[in-house]
Design a protein around this ligand. Structure first.
Ligand SMILES: C[S@@+](CC[C@H](N)C(=O)[O-])C[C@H]1O[C@@H](n2cnc3c(N)ncnc32)[C@H](O)[C@@H]1O
Length: 247
């Protein structure tokens, strides 16, 4: 399995901050990475299942990372300027009002502190996810492919930077691109259903015949790949911002 995209860029942008809030921390991979680099990390999420995995991950790493159930769409349960930096990877696109989330992040991060956010770029730039989902739609009908609807939302640099500016932050954006290189469509499907929740849950509901139909359709869409296998693009928009300093 490859490294989650954007993580090296995010770690470098956080620049050794002493304390970091991770909003929508999920199963805690990034939070634990940050903890291992010496930061005092707090991760928040609304999924108790993900938080349990995150706590277990931190315990196994011997790190005292704080994981809390908290909703990013409301007032954050932290004091003004409580953290040296803030981060949110692959969660901001879920929020109905992402500017409100960014304003709250700016409030709880010390003036001048880094705020780093990342979301998937448009689905057209993410064949690794878009092609299998399209194969599900073609093979089984669009209703079976009605998952991850927010994938690609806010996924343009100008749009995501614009939201940070609207929240009163200074911000610069960049696109991080890489590719998955499975040997075949079947191998890519196995990888997705083994580690990406949306596909794991779908695969658990499919009959063997349905799953075979999806893989056939994916093979048709992706082609054989030749001797070198396939190359499926992944693309992430990353914004590096600063909490405003008082004038
Ligand atoms: C795609 S996952 C990303 C997890 C992690 N940040 C990563 O980079 O792998 C999105 C996460 O956002 C969380 N989430 C969704 N809505 C939320 C909310 N309102 N407040 C906090 N977390 C939320 C989900 O539970 C999920 O863990």
């Amino acid at each position: 399995m490859t490294e989650p995209p954007g993580v090296p860029e995010i770690l470098s942008a956080l620049d050794g901050a002493a304390s970091v809030l991770d909003v929508g921390c999920g199963s805690g991979r990034l939070a634990v990475e940050l903890g291992a680099r010496g930061a005092a990390v707090t991760g928040i999420d609304v999924s108790d299942g993900a938080l349990a995995i995150a706590r277990d991950r931190a315990a196994r790493a011997g790190l005292a990372v704080r994981f809390m159930h908290a909703d990013m769409t409301g007032p954050l349960p932290f004091a003004d300027a409580e953290f040296a930096a803030g981060v949110s990877r692959l969660a901001l696109m879920i929020a109905p009002d992402p500017v409100a989330v960014l304003r709250e992040l700016a409030r709880v991060v010390a003036p001048g502190g880094r705020i780093v956010t990342a979301v998937w770029a448009r689905i057209e730039e993410n064949a690794w996810f878009g092609e299998p989902r399209a194969a599900v739609a073609a093979a089984l009908g669009p209703e079976r492919a009605a998952f991850a609807r927010v994938f690609g939302r806010l996924g343009e640099v100008d749009e995501l930077v614009g939201l940070h500016l609207e929240a009163g932050l200074e911000a610069e954006g960049t696109v991080v691109r890489d590719a998955l290189e499975p040997r075949s469509a079947a191998e890519h499907w196995r990888d997705l259903t083994g580690r990406i929740g949306h596909f794991t849950r779908l695969a658990a509901e499919l009959t063997p015949a349905e799953e075979a139909a999806v893989v056939r359709e994916l093979e048709r869409r992706l082609g054989g790949g030749g001797a070198g296998g396939l190359r499926l693009g992944r693309s992430l928009v990353v914004v590096i911002a600063r909490s405003p300093t008082p004038v």
